[in-house]
Design a protein around this ligand. Structure first.
Ligand code: IVH
Length: 678
């Protein structure tokens, strides 16, 4: 009887409802993430999703590997296993010149003498600036995903890819083997927000969306990957069994029909002129795509002819990439303004004569800090070159010196805060306003508290935050909860209806989960990620306030810097008063989620310091160690259990030797973790 136990303990109506819910949610995911045509409101979707999750909780044997609930990310991995690609993942030959595109066509015509030149057809599609991956489905089920690695062997990132909503976990039909290749990308529209959140939390920002996608996929904890809005586009083929495909056009149509995401535009061309026209047209429209593109990929359409041409050791002979030149523009810097952030950091901003760049008009660009201005010798009145860093955030690259006339003036750092007139101090390379009651800082704090990623107070954006602070109705974030209809109606052009909406938004925010409050409070270095980790672990604000720095450090995702900052924030009397006022206002101070268990692993409770050059970046190595339960400290002390030392280790190595701290190489660390070291 045991073998018919499958989903048997669930009553038939639950089984049927499970199947129905899973189907509806899959259809919604496809409509939302692939077709950009949502089928229902988010709240309705959430309701169905919760019903599915509850059903699975009651009857765990209803869970299938392709259930929509299986995307949230499982336990952290110890490291990525290596997988050998069934068919190697190659690269492409690149060119920047139209002549070479013509040369490519001539070469194909010469190499295929048995085919009439008019019979050759080509496709042109976007070259997506993401991370190359391969995904493998067997009998219609997603079974394996990997990075390109060296082209022959890559990292097994199956668990991370499962969290990507635009990648279906099952196909429309149970085709025996379907391996598709493509790019995972970080949507351009979400990139600025990610970097803003990271900067707010004091974390390193990503250079561009590709970098953000790569950084996300390298995480060993799929739960962290699940929080990033990654997406995927597929265009290439690996091993395929059980489908008859004759051309690239066929292949893309087949992928689409199976429910897989494919490039949103593709051009069919018969000759050189059509190819060059398609490349030019793609350049015009590519900035409207959800992903960054850095070129066009030209492919011979016919798969049989591709096989005749074969490959060089690196790239196929039937395709080539045409790269667009990184877009830059020259314009005049007519003045510099100073922006005061919520922690008081003063950022110089270049005010420019508006200029068209990569599809949008740019009138302002960041100058980062005064050190950068000095290094690049940028002056007011200069002609400057601007570019979008990673095609997103405009930055001033440098000065066109040949255009200098001698009337340009130096950019002088302000000696008082441009917003409140308070004292400023130089901290490292950053200038900071030291007045905690600075109106600009309060405005930014209110805006941060209310923004979508934190307390999500509808209607309270930049403009309202400024009005509230300027009118002195709000001198501190806590004052938000003392706003009334009467007070709001004193504001310029405030109608009763919008005032009521704002009050409703404020009321709704009282129910937000604890992590949002933690993030919204603007504690230095606490981002949404560490806010969640704290809320989940401790379960209540009081428990966090009572925790010692060491208690805080023990949590995965909370480093030494965050722990110190949180502990000291809760020691300040003003902050204690703030919490009491928020409690009195009726805010949610307990986490809705259950406290998470500490990460158990071979490194549990062990403290590590990392130094020198290793095969991974310092952050990756730290993630790896934390994933195994270890803690990372910034400096060596008697409490350090291990110093992980790479090449060129300096003072930390000497200190560890002096204190008798155990020093391990990367290989020894792997051995300690019980991982293979080859
Ligand atoms: S076709 C056999 N098509 O660019 C290799 N590649 O610089 C076939 N890429 O390795 C690759 N968009 O990772 C192809 N539409 C596209 C692409 C694309 C991005 C990547 C891919 C490739 C790299 C070469």
């Amino acid at each position: 009887m045991a073998d018919i136990l499958t989903a048997s303990d669930a009553p038939p109506e639950s089984r049927a409802r499970h199947r129905e819910l899973a189907d509806i949610i899959r259809a919604c995911d496809k409509a939302y993430y692939i077709d950009a045509n949502p089928l229902m409101a988010d709240t309705d979707y959430d309701k169905l999703y919760r019903e599915l999750a509850d059903l699975e909780k009651a009857h765990p044997n209803l869970i299938t590997p392709d259930s929509p609930t299986q995307r949230v990310g499982g336990a952290p991995l110890l490291g990525f296993a290596q997988v050998r690609h069934a068919i190697p993942m190659q690269s492409l030959d690149n060119t920047y010149s139209p002549e070479e595109v013509e040369g490519f066509v001539d070469r194909l015509i010469r190499s295929l003498p048995h085919v009439a030149p008019e019979a050759l057809t080509f496709t042109v599609e976007p070259k997506i600036d993401g991370v190359a991956v391969t995904v493998r489905y067997e009998h219609g089920r997603f079974v394996l995903g990997a990075t390109r690695g060296d082209g022959v062997t890559g990292d097994d990132i199956t668990e991370n890819l499962r969290t990507i909503r635009s990648l279906p976990l099952s196909l429309k039909t149970a085709v025996p083997v379907l391996e598709a290749r493509g790019e995972v990308y970080f949507p351009s529209a979400s990139f600025a927000r990610l970097n803003a959140q990271r900067a707010a939390a004091g974390e390193a920002t990503f250079a561009n969306p590709r970098n953000a996608a790569a950084g996300s996929l390298k995480q060993l904890d799929p739960r962290l990957v699940a929080r990033r809005p990654l997406a995927v586009v597929l265009y290439g083929a690996g091993q395929v069994e059980g489908a008859q495909i004759a051309s690239h056009t066929d292949w893309l149509a087949y992928l689409k029909d199976q429910g897989l995401p494919t490039p949103e535009r593709i051009w069919h061309c018969r000759d050189k002129a059509e190819l060059l026209a398609a490349i030019a047209e793609l350049d015009q429209v590519r900035h409207t795509f959800a992903y960054e593109t850095d070129g066009a990929v030209i492919k011979l359409n016919d798969w049989r002819l591709r096989a005749d041409l074969g490959s060089t050791s690196k790239a196929p002979r039937w395709a080539m990439a045409y790269k667009y030149k990184a877009e830059q523009a020259v314009t005049k810097l007519h003045s510099v303004t100073f922006q005061v952030g919520r922690t008081g950091t003063i950022t110089p901003v270049a005010e420019l004569t508006p200029v068209l760049l990569a599809g949008s008009t740019v009138a302002r660009a960041t100058l980062h800090n005064f050190e950068e201005i000095k290094r690049k010798d940028i002056r007011i009145g200069d002609a400057v070159t601007i570019a979008k860093a990673g095609e997103v955030i405009p930055a001033v690259l440098g000065v066109v010196l040949s255009e200098r006339t001698g009337v340009e003036t130096e950019i002088v750092p302000p000696t008082a805060c441009p917003a409140c007139g308070g004292a400023v101090a130089l901290e490292g390379i950053f200038l900071r306003c030291t007045n905690p009651n600075c109106s600009a800082q309060i405005k930014r704090r209110v805006q941060h508290f209310a923004h979508r990623g934190a307390m999500d107070i509808e209607g309270m954006g930049e403009t309202l935050a400024e009005q509230l602070v300027d009118s002195k109705l709000v001198k501190d974030i806590v004052d938000i909860y003392e706003l009334s209809m009467e007070k709001l109606l004193t504001l310029d052009r405030m109608a009763k209806k919008s005032a009521q909406n704002i009050l409703d938004g404020i009321e709704a925010s009282k129910k937000r989960d604890l992590w949002r409050l933690l993030f919204g409070l603007g504690i230095l270095h606490v981002g949404a990620g560490s806010g969640r980790a704290l809320a989940e672990h401790f379960g209540s604000l009081d428990a966090i306030a009572a925790a010692t720095e060491d208690d805080l450090k023990r949590i995965n995702d909370v480093g030494d810097v965050v722990a110190a900052s949180v502990a000291s924030w809760f020691r300040v009397q003003e902050n204690k008063d703030r919490i009491e006022r928020l409690r009195a206002a009726g805010l949610q101070m307990e986490s809705a989620g259950r406290p998470a268990a500490a990460v158990d692993g071979p490194f549990r409770d062990k403290s590590f310091v990392i130094t020198g050059t290793l095969s991974k970046s310092r952050d990756e190595m730290a993630d790896f160690i934390r994933g195994l339960g270890g803690k990372i400290a910034g400096s060596v002390s008697k409490k350090t259990d291990f110093l992980v030392a790479g090449d060129d280790a300096g003072s930390k190595l000497a200190k560890a030797q002096q204190l008798g701290v155990k020093i391990v190489s990367e290989t020894e660390l792997m051995a300690l973790a019980g991982l293979p070291t080859v």
